[in-house]
Design a binder for this molecule. Sequence first.
Ligand code: PXP
Length: 264
Amino acid sequence: MTKPLPIRLGINIDHVATLRNARGGHHPDPLRAAEVAIEAGADNITAHLREDRRHIRDDDIERLITNLTVPLNLEMAATPEMLAIALKTKPHAACLVPEKRTERTTEGGLDVYGQANLLAPYVAKLGDAGIQVSLFIAPELREIEAAARIGAPAIEIHVGPWCDALAEGRAREADAEWRRIVAGASAAHELGLEVHAGHGLDYSTAATISGLPQIVELNIGNYLIGEAIFVGLGESVRRMRASMDGARAMLRQSDTAAAVSGGA
Ligand code: PXP
């Protein structure tokens, strides 16, 4: 049985920048949003510097690195341009994601199995610079094994298909996706990978996934920035923190109960 560790909450602030860029200018400021999120219980800040700079811009990354009091997780495509920026700015962590110009958001996971030769040097160079690398992948065994093989210390499981299936009432698909996530988290942990999860999470799905003891970090953006319109950003982060921590505490209790009854 995997001992449940504390679970970190990474807040993705991309869509604060989306809103700012819709009008141009400086408001709302992603750095200010990051500071509010940290005050409300975020452990990390995540930002995706896209090739087209549709939300986060280069100067945002520099200001975040200079001013943040918690680790920055830079989401980036595996391209020479992004690698050069990461090596120059030195975020605490980098999550390699696939990127297509025409997509509205990151659509699928990386093809680590098929592109191992392309991705391995990125993992190595970022790692050599002291940046913790994670690979954003579907919970498929061959992807997980390929991630371990090319030396990635962490993966982020793409939970978007599970969240979408739940939201759209496709119960059977949601159930199948969930089983893939559970098996994937366990397999990745067995291989010594640190396991993160993200994409499409809300209060309820974040609580459910916090019940998996192998998962030590969630990265959440769109839902919380949307909720901020109704309850404020600090409150939306506090509610998320509470749902994750509540689920984790229940997991610890059930572990203790299992250990007690197992030992009786
Ligand atoms: N993790 C990764 C790798 C992502 O690409 C995204 C979306 O930018 C997220 C987490 C956050 O997803 P969401 O905004 O749907 O919470």
